[in-house]
Design a protein around this ligand. Structure first.
Ligand code: S3P
Length: 181
């Protein structure tokens, strides 16, 4: 395999930046199987993410996340939608950078807030955003996380784009390096 070939397409970015829906749009276009890291965590833990945070705390969640990231990045020819915090962890970040081509899906705090609440101030709170999924908390976390996200191989701005348009942009960047696996 040539070194510039894409081994896996790995999507990182803040919650609600569109990783899962873009992974589905990519699947429709290139046919590579998709893996959602959060789904894998839920299946291994046997309970929803909010319950893992509530019952065992964030450290236990991150531990499980590291083992899932390490396993799925060992695959080849996969579209991987990673959890929003996974790329912040040094070990995970290196595993992902080594395991494929990493795309940071960026979105403004306002876009993220709109997608998380879907216009409903009583939408279920995300574990790390707290009651009301506050815009201030989103801004604060994004500021903390940007330096890590900026280490992705590529960044794609998603504000105003549909998942299909983001997928097109990613495939254009991959170009002929998206060889059949
Ligand atoms: C998290 C994002 C979530 C999930 C968990 C922690 C984060 O994934 O992994 O709640 O730290 O940003 P999504 O980005 O898929 O919402």
């Amino acid at each position: 395999m040539q070194s510039d070939q894409v081994r896996n397409i790995i999507l990182v970015g803040f919650m609600a930046s569109g990783k899962s829906s873009v992974s589905r749009a990519l699947f429709r276009r290139c046919g590579w199987p998709r893996i959602d890291a959060d789904d894998e965590i839920v299946s291994r833990a046997g309970k929803p993410i909010a319950d893992i945070f509530r019952d065992s705390g964030e450290d236990a969640f991150r531990e499980l996340e590291r083992s899932v990231v390490s396993d799925i990045c060992g695959e080849r020819g996969r579209i991987i939608a990673a959890g929003g915090g996974s790329f912040i962890d040094d070990e995970n970040r290196q595993t992902m950078l080594d395991g494929g081509t990493v795309f940071y899906l960026s979105a403004s705090p306002e876009t993220i807030h709109r997608r998380v609440t879907r216009g409903n101030p009583n939408a279920p709170a995300r574990p790390l955003l707290g009651a009301g999924n506050s815009l201030e908390r989103i801004k604060e976390l994004l500021t903390q996380r940007r330096p890590a996200y900026s280490q992705a191989h590529h960044a794609v701005e998603t504000d105003g784009l549909t998942p299909d348009q983001v997928a097109e942009a990613i495939l254009k960047i991959c170009g002929p390096n998206l060889a059949q696996q």
